[in-house]
Design a protein around this ligand. Structure first.
Ligand SMILES: [Zn+2]
Length: 295
């Protein structure tokens, strides 16, 4: 019965390309990023991952990954709990994700092709992050050093940093894009990744917007108090000036005024009420020809 994992479903006639159980270690959340160094298939359906999977299956030396992607496919080669021969320095605790392209040629691939490869790598990485979550390990969406990968720290490491005599996925690999796409694949909220300074800026902006809205209502309320207003078909007269008696009347009319203002301004009744309160306690300021006496 097919398992859905390429290396489990297809025989390796010369050299077994996975091992189970892992040798003396368990998954640490460390993930090594590779390129498979095969020719990228830029024409028609992308067969690079499929061809590389078959190459791995039939090769004599050791070399395999957990997940292999190209621009239009993601091939799960072996379960994460199995060991693959992806990095001699970290194999017992790490997982390997590889793109079926060449490390030195990222800049030569068409943009649309590259984007699809990054998206598939990110989808594979997100799948690993979600899996580790079920094991109680949070894999931070960040790049780690070779020393950290060898020390079993969770995160994403270039094979070029962890391995011996390797340089994949290459200096042309865009780590910022890859990690951004992993976050997007995980559906990580933007709020989660905002800096304290950005949060402060957004809050300040929101407060300023609300204050501007409240000021508008105060002006509008002032005009209403002076010139009158209409609710439904009923026209209510204005009150000429704000004095103690009129303040009481204005308070009695709050509910109607609030509804009318809310409809007219699109603000919430809470915002209107706050503005009405402010207008009555501080005196309403009115712009244009209308003036209103300060209380
Ligand atoms: Zn590699």
């Amino acid at each position: 019965m097919a398992t859905g994992f390429y290396l489990l479903d297809n025989p390796q006639p010369i050299t077994a390309q996975y091992g189970y159980p892992r040798r003396g270690a368990s998954l640490s959340g460390t993930c090594i990023i590779h390129t498979a160094e095969c020719l990228a298939d830029l024409v028609g359906a992308d067969t690079s991952a499929e061809n590389t999977a078959n190459f791995i299956r039939t090769r004599a030396d050791y070399g395999s990954y957990h997940t292999l992607v190209d621009s239009d496919s993601i091939i799960e080669m072996a379960p994460y709990e199995y060991e693959t021969w992806q990095d001699s320095q970290t194999n017992p605790w790490a997982v390997g994700i590889s793109a079926a392209v060449q490390a030195d040629f990222w800049h030569t691939y068409p943009l649309a092709f590259r984007e699809k490869v990054y998206r598939n790598m990110a989808a594979a990485a997100a799948d690993f992050v979600r899996y580790m979550k079920t094991k109680g390990i949070t894999v931070p969406v960040k790049r780690i050093t070779g020393a950290q990968a060898r020390a079993r720290v969770p995160g994403f490491c270039a094979h070029g940093d962890s391995g011996v005599d390797r340089h994949d996925p290459g200096s042309g690999f865009d780590w910022t894009k890859f990690l951004k796409y992993v976050n997007e694949a995980l559906g990580t909220n933007k709020e989660d990744t905002l800096t304290a300074a950005e949060v402060k800026q957004i809050n300040a902006h929101t407060t300023a917007e609300v204050n501007r809205g409240v000021d508008k209502v105060i002006d509008y309320l002032g005009a209403v108090l002076v010139s009158g207003y209409t609710v439904g078909d009923v026209k209510y007269p204005g009150i000429a000036k704000v004095d103690i008696q009129n303040q009481k009347e204005a308070r009695a009319l709050d509910a109607k005024v609030t509804l009318a203002l809310s409809k007219a301004s699109g603000l919430t009744t809470e915002q209107i009420e706050a503005a009405v309160k402010k207008a009555i306690t501080e005196g309403a300021k009115v712009t244009g020809n209308l003036t209103i006496e300060q209380v």
